[in-house]
Ligand binder design. Structure first.
Ligand code: KG4
Ligand code: ZN
Length: 340
């Protein structure tokens, strides 16, 4: 087994990559993001239609960049869940057709697990099992104890919104556009917290490693409403928006960091691996590194290009699972709510 084609279409990114072992030879990602912006979130039907339209070109580009031909591919790895069902079906149907035409195997890959595996694609030091895995994306917020690629247990997860979703909703409230993560992070840099705004962190019980972000989100909504922030002219509200973004981000990230540190203590782990779109957040990286210094764990993050959805993480994990005897066949289907 030498060359893998990794395909990702679970949300709005259409990704294809050529990988071998842990090496990424090419990684091409395009997105229908520009078409979702005016709705303030991903519109599933638009995302699905775009995958159908983009996938062939994205795969061609990935092969071309890698200097490979269709006939060089030995295995097709494709995200089969969790995600938007129509979007998943577009990638799965392409992957199966490719594999069938070439008479090569196809393997379905869990998107959440692939996010956790992204730090293994790094060029420098990579994590080692066992570790605490923190998945933070637009659809998921969960903590796992990972003993091996195919052996993990859920320690805690969000009871309502995912953390990326909370960023997106708060950005929408503030009229900052979509996706919310990068804009809120940027806006928060203009604040030093001296405005003294603080939003409540959810408390889910002494031993709970679960999360809840809806309380913080609602507190932001009331603050914005009661302080007339949305109604102001952009020049007048700039600093106040920055202060709200800062306070929201501190509350959301502190909840992630506190539970991650507690998960390390509970499982006696000395490594943390973070994955998903919110792993791109520099403030989260700094806060976890600091918590690690204080609590005796080291935090690993994927390189920025592997934080958001991409085919490379699917290709690399797909090959690892295939090596361990996992198989799919041409009945492979979308599992929108696949248990992580
Ligand atoms: O992993 P991803 O590409 O898609 C899902 O699987 O959901 O993550 C997208 C999410 C969005 O909610 C976006 O707002 C968030 O990741 N995100 C960020 C940052 N960059 C992207 N959140 C916080 N800070 C960022 N820098
Ligand atoms: Zn994702």
């Amino acid at each position: 087994m030498k060359l893998v084609l990794g395909i990702e279409t679970s949300c709005d990114e259409t990704g294809a990559a050529v990988t071998t072992g842990r090496k990424v030879i090419s990684n091409v990602v395009t997105s229908s993001l520009h078409l979702h912006k005016k709705y303030g979130g991903v519109v599933p039907e638009i995302a699905s239609r775009c995958h159908v339209e983009y996938i062939v070109e994205v795969v061609k580009e990935a092969l071309k960049t890698a200097g490979k031909k269709v006939s060089d591919v030995d295995l097709v790895a494709v995200t089969n869940g969790p995600g938007l069902v129509g979007a998943l079906l577009a990638g799965i149907s392409f992957a199966k057709a490719f594999a069938y035409a070439r008479r090569i195997p196809v393997i379905g890959v869990n998107h959440v697990l692939a996010h956790l595996y992204s730090a293994f694609l790094n060029e420098g030091e990579v994590p080692r099992f066992p570790f605490v895995g923190l998945v933070v994306s637009g659809g998921h917020t969960a903590l796992f104890h990972c003993r091996d690629v195919d052996r993990k247990s859920l320690l805690g997860q969000t009871q309502d919104d995912a953390v990326g979703e909370a960023y997106d909703k708060v950005a929408k409230m503030l009229g900052l556009g979509y996706p919310g993560g990068p804009v809120i992070e940027r806006a928060a840099r203009a604040s030093n917290g001296s405005a003294g705004i603080s939003f409540p962190k959810s408390y889910l019980g002494k031993d709970s490693l679960d999360f809840s972000f809806s309380g913080i989100k609602t507190a932001v909504l009331y603050y914005v409403r009661d302080n007339g922030i949305r109604g102001q002219r952009p020049e007048a509200r700039g600093q106040r928006i920055a202060d709200v973004c800062y306070a929201f981000q501190e509350a959301a990230l502190d909840a992630l960091v506190a539970n991650t540190a507690a998960a390390c203590a509970k499982t006696k782990s000395s490594s943390v691996v973070v994955g998903g779109g919110v792993a791109a957040n520099k403030r989260l990286r700094d806060k976890l590194a600091e918590a690690g210094r204080l609590n005796g764990f080291k935090a690993f993050f994927p390189e920025f290009r592997y934080c958001l959805d991409n085919g490379a993480m699917i290709g690399v994990l797909g090959q690892e699972l295939y090596k361990r005897g996992y198989r799919s066949d041409l009945r492979l289907n979308a599992e929108p709510n696949l248990k992580a």
